[in-house]
Design a binder for this molecule. Structure first.
Ligand SMILES: C[S@@+](CC[C@H](N)C(=O)[O-])C[C@H]1O[C@@H](n2cnc3c(N)ncnc32)[C@H](O)[C@@H]1O
Length: 341
């Protein structure tokens, strides 16, 4: 077998930003096509506006409009000056109906369900999920979808989980609860790296079969326990040294996040810490089509959102946490830690 240059055991593994970029690119055309159908380009050509002003003037949802505009700006169709969105020269040339070079009919050729889903979230502020059906309810009703999603989460979390396990110091921690942990990708990586650690993974029943298979394959079934249930209504184990929420808060609105954070606080042992691992958008990320596309994908699929560190810190403080600290970990991901105040 020929090993490609740079792929030997000592090669530094690339992070997953290229894959994130490719995956989120599925929302590029839908964002432009939905903005075109909603008349946002001529509206902004006439009156540059911020997301709130544009949403109010056109009866749109503020958050949906905001994530759409950020993604269009990261793609190069809009530019922000003084907090207002303006058309770039490309948008002026090709996205104004009536113009000689207007691309609207061409965008119409690409109109599909995903375009309609983006338009739906921008007009109503509610997620489109799977053809209008809630994502988590669909997974429970249709195990085929649920298991496919669980495998997808495992694939996308394997690398960030391994890097987090390398970087996170869990010396002195005996227990970790991973909430909405899917098949337990993070818990398994952390348990593999920390032989003294016992972990509980909570998630919906649909992940059970694949989770148990992976745990047995990893030889970790004695230290990582999968506990199925609803994280909003079923009890969480208490006296945990760490509670981990990896890519969880970004699936939910603020009210659901408050519930999860309050439950996390009461599950922690004295001296315990909350760990929140997710993409944390900063000013640079506003320029990234992968991160802004991810924000739009969350709004469309789950009704959740990516939160900046100040937004996350606000929620954590309200839920009774203090000492919120963020550390970049891998690709676009960061780890935020906090302790009960
Ligand atoms: C984006 S995935 C993240 C999975 C995992 N933490 C990771 O990063 O790979 C969100 C997870 O939340 C789970 N979930 C959604 N609603 C839930 C609920 N009410 N109770 C428990 N888990 C839930 C889903 O089944 C899914 O596994």
């Amino acid at each position: 077998m020929t090993v490609p240059p740079g792929a030997g055991p000592d090669a530094v593994a690339p992070d997953d930003r290229l894959l994130m970029d490719t995956f989120m690119s599925q929302y590029r055309l839908p964002a432009v096509a939905a903005a075109d159908r909603l008349g946002l380009f001529p509206a902004l050509a006439g009156t540059p506006a911020d997301a709130g002003q544009l949403a109010r003037a056109h009866g749109l949802d503020h958050h949906g409009t905001s994530v759409l505009l950020e993604f269009l700006a990261a793609q190069g169709y809009l530019a922000v000056h003084g907090g207002r969105y303006h058309l770039t020269p490309s948008a002026h040339a090709f996205l104004l109906p009536g113009g000689a070079r207007y691309w609207g009919p061409m965008l119409g050729l690409g109109w599909d369900e995903r375009c309609a889903a983006v338009r739906h979230v921008v007009t109503t502020g509610t997620p489109a999920g799977y053809r209008g059906k809630g994502i988590w309810e669909t997974h429970e009703r249709s195990p085929r979808h649920g298991e496919q999603f669980a495998r997808a989460m495992h694939a996308h979390s394997a690398a960030p989980a391994a890097v987090l396990a390398d970087r996170l110091d869990l010396a002195g921690c005996a227990s970790l609860l991973e909430v909405a942990g899917g098949v337990g990708t993070f818990a398994m990586a952390l348990a593999r790296r920390n032989p003294h650690l016992k972990a509980t993974v909570m998630d919906l029943p649909v992940v059970e079969r694949e989770g148990e298979r992976l745990l047995a394959e990893a030889g970790l079934a004695d230290r990582v326990v999968l506990r199925t249930g609803d994280m909003f209504t079923d009890p969480w184990p208490d006296a945990q040294d760490r509670v981990l929420l990896a890519d969880v808060l970004s699936d939910w609105d603020d009210a659901h996040c408050r519930t999860l954070l309050e439950r996390a606080r009461t599950s922690l042992a004295a001296g315990g810490r909350l760990l929140v691992h997710q993409v944390l958008p900063d000013d640079a990320a506003r320029l990234s089509p992968a991160v802004t596309g991810y924000s739009l994908a969350l709004a469309v699929m789950t009704g959740g959102r990516l939160r900046t560190l100040p937004e996350l810190t606000g929620l954590l403080t309200e839920a009774g946490f203090a000492d919120c600290t963020a550390t970049p970990v891998y690709g676009h991901y960061a780890l935020v830690t906090a302790r009960p105040a």
